[in-house]
Design a binder for this molecule. Structure first.
Ligand code: ADP
Ligand code: MG
Length: 299
């Protein structure tokens, strides 16, 4: 017997480096009318590097230099699987800093982490989460603006509630990201959109470089879900492409979800309908096209 079209499409997708979890999923992918892509780890390589460590506000007053700020941040980030956390830990190790074991670790997706390090409460995360209304910035906001102005992601470090440092993180755009965005636009007939938890400035810079015009930045995981629901309520069938724990709810809520597999979080891989194993964005439009072709053969 010849293989049914959807099964041979799954086999084909596998050859392209995409694991499609079922024939139902293979069929649905071709019906997508709009694509929403995550930024960090999806359109970017997800292997960010800390480019600068700045001591701010209370940092100097607490006797902390950039090495101490980095060491405290890395200790708090050590249990996290977020790409930014890995970047912070990598630089600390590169500089030969000794990491104290963190206690009482907790993380809030899309915001950051909190842990007790050597008796001090250390928080590491987004400026929006940690420099919110009321928190005395001590110059941190100005440094954040400088860093974001360079298209970098600013990561704020608080010790016992006071801002002590800001890290500037750089991430490279994936090779072929612009081509993948263009191909997805052609296939679905609508311009792909960017959904990101990162800041407006970094998001706009990246979007411009890959040909995306519609950007929603500063989103929490539930905001990504809300965006998907909004479009689907208007009759769209949305494909979410993401990698992180923060993308899992949107991957689950959308008509279809594809996770970037190599650096993706376990939760995203489990929740998504399909997983990009070969870590190339070009495989996403390829799989949508395969589904389209298979659907034409299924009658
Ligand atoms: P994206 O949607 O672009 O993949 P995320 O939702 O994962 O980004 O993260 C959004 C923002 O939350 C990050 O830009 C960062 O400021 C902050 N953040 C989340 N987790 C961490 C962490 N472990 N360490 C530092 N910052 C974090
Ligand atoms: Mg991400």
């Amino acid at each position: 017997a010849t293989m049914p079209p959807l099964l041979s499409a799954i086999a084909n997708a596998g050859r392209h480096g995409v694991l499609v979890k079922s024939a139902v999923v293979m069929e649905r992918l071709g019906g997508v009318t709009r694509v929403a892509l995550d930024k960090t780890g999806t359109l970017t390589e997800g292997a960010p590097r800390v480019a600068e460590v700045r001591v701010v506000g209370e940092g100097a007053a607490k006797g902390l230099g950039s090495a101490e700020v980095l060491a405290l941040a890395a200790a708090a980030e050590h249990p996290s699987e977020h790409p930014l956390a890995r970047a912070v830990v990598a630089l600390a190790k590169e500089r030969g800093l000794r990491l104290v074991a963190a206690e009482d670790f907790s993380s809030v997706p899309g915001r950051g982490v909190r842990a007790v390090v050597a008796g001090r409460v250390v928080q590491v995360g987004s400026p929006a989460a940690l420099l919110g209304a009321g928190a005395a910035g001590g110059g941190a906001e100005v440094v954040v603006e400088e860093i974001e102005g360079l298209g970098r992601t600013a990561v704020v470090v608080l010790v016992d509630g006071d801002p002590v440092g800001v890290l500037g993180v750089e991430d490279r755009v994936r090779a072929g990201a612009g081509e993948a965005v263009a191909a997805l636009g052609r296939l679905t007939g609508s311009a792909p959109v960017l959904l990101t938890g990162d800041n407006e400035r970094a998001a706009a810079k990246l979007a411009g470089g890959v040909g995306i015009t519609e950007v929603r930045a500063g989103l929490l995981p539930q905001d990504k879900v809300a965006a998907v629901r909004e479009w689907e309520a208007a009759g769209e069938k949305v494909l979410v492409v993401g990698d992180g724990v923060n993308d899992a709810p949107a991957l689950a809520a959308a008509h279809s979800g594809i996770a970037m597999g190599r650096a993706g979080s376990d939760l995203a891989l489990e929740t998504a309908d399909a997983v990009v194993v070969r870590d190339e964005l070009a495989t996403v439009p390829a799989v949508v096209a395969l589904s389209r072709r298979a659907r034409r053969l299924v009658v």
